[in-house]
Design a protein around this ligand. Structure first.
Ligand code: DP6
Length: 310
């Protein structure tokens, strides 16, 4: 049967950086994110006895799938087949609505859509929790793209803290580069312990997570924004002091960060493993903020549902 699933990318307010167990993708710390309405991956999977190899195609693409990525997709399909007790090859066709490998989590939406589509194509009846555990094995952040809205990933699985219509926030992604990155986040996780700042990050995180969760509960945008910005900078300080050091920003990234930091508009920034800046604001300020970036390529995201079949 041919099955299609759509999954959102997500933006982490508390970041996942570093894995206690690399193979099982168990993170050192809990992370908290929001699903993105306008950065999605659509994936169609069809298993067939007639195929001798699995075929993976990425449509509407900015760069193409490299062998290593195709291999990761095949490994994930193998895991799902193993769970179903079936040995079959598949044809996978996938397309992104946004540039790949540039700090908008394409591995998150990609592995969430793949997992949901492939599990359904094999007739597996899995709970949301089980789907998050399975997606996590393909890409850690993918487990956060399965539950609804605002999501927490703690240890082995992820769950929704609040549905997508809980708080009318925006993530305005300002695209300042879409050429892919030299070091993938997957490789970056592996050397996190080489940063002298990593232990301090782990020690600070419980209080920061508590602060963010309380701000989310109270919809206190100021504290929420200050906390997510603090966590972004903290993660990048770790990245930049790893060996080898990882710099994901470019000159344009820094310019936007400096501008947002002036607080002339009610917005905060966060950045993942790429140069693009996620400007977080409340829905009521969307127009004010988008006007500032009218000469730039932007994607305006609202909070969104998790991965689902179409
Ligand atoms: C910087 O989920 O891409 O975006 O588990 O190896 O696939 P793998 O890593 P990945 O790491 C994402 C790291 C981040 C922060 C975050 O999204 O929490």
């Amino acid at each position: 049967m041919r099955i299609t699933a759509v999954a959102p990318a997500n933006i982490a307010f508390i970041k996942y950086w570093g894995r206690r167990d690399a193979k099982l993708r168990i993170p050192y710390n809990p992370s908290i994110s929001m699903n993105l309405s306008d950065c999605t991956t659509t994936t169609t999977v069809e298993f067939s006895d007639a195929l001798s190899t699995t075929k993976v195609t990425l449509q509407r693409e900015f760069g193409g799938f490299v062998d290593k990525e195709t291999e990761r997709v095949i490994q994930q399909l193998d895991r799902i087949c193993q769970k179903a007790g079936i040995q079959k090859k598949a044809e996978v066709v996938t397309s992104n609505s946004f540039p790949k490998s540039s700090g908008i989590a394409s591995s998150a939406s990609g592995f969430a859509a793949l997992t949901v589509a492939a599990a359904a194509a094999l007739g597996l009846k899995l709970s949301e929790k089980e789907l998050t555990e399975l997606a996590r094995l393909g890409s850690g952040s993918a487990c956060r793209s399965i539950p609804d809205g605002f999501v927490k990933w703690d240890g082995e699985f992820a769950y929704s803290l609040y549905p997508h219509d809980y708080w009318d926030l925006r993530d305005i992604v300002v695209i300042v580069g879409s050429t892919g990155k030299d070091v993938s986040s997957s490789d970056g996780h592996d050397t996190v312990e080489t940063s002298p700042l990593f232990k301090k990050r782990l020690a600070d995180l419980p209080r920061r997570i508590q602060r963010l969760e309380t701000a989310l509960q109270e919809k206190n945008f100021k504290v929420f924004g200050e906390t997510l910005e603090e966590d972004c900078l903290d993660m990048h300080h770790v990245m930049q002091t790893q060996s080898p050091p990882l710099y994901y920003w470019n000159a344009e990234t820094v310019k936007i960060m400096e501008f947002i930091k002036k607080r002339t508009v009610p917005a905060y920034f966060t950045i993942d493993a790429g140069p693009n800046v996620h400007v977080i604001c409340e829905g009521k300020d969307e127009e004010k903020i988008t006007k500032l970036f009218k000469n730039k390529n932007i994607i305006v995201n609202r909070p969104a549902k998790g991965a689902h079949l179409v």
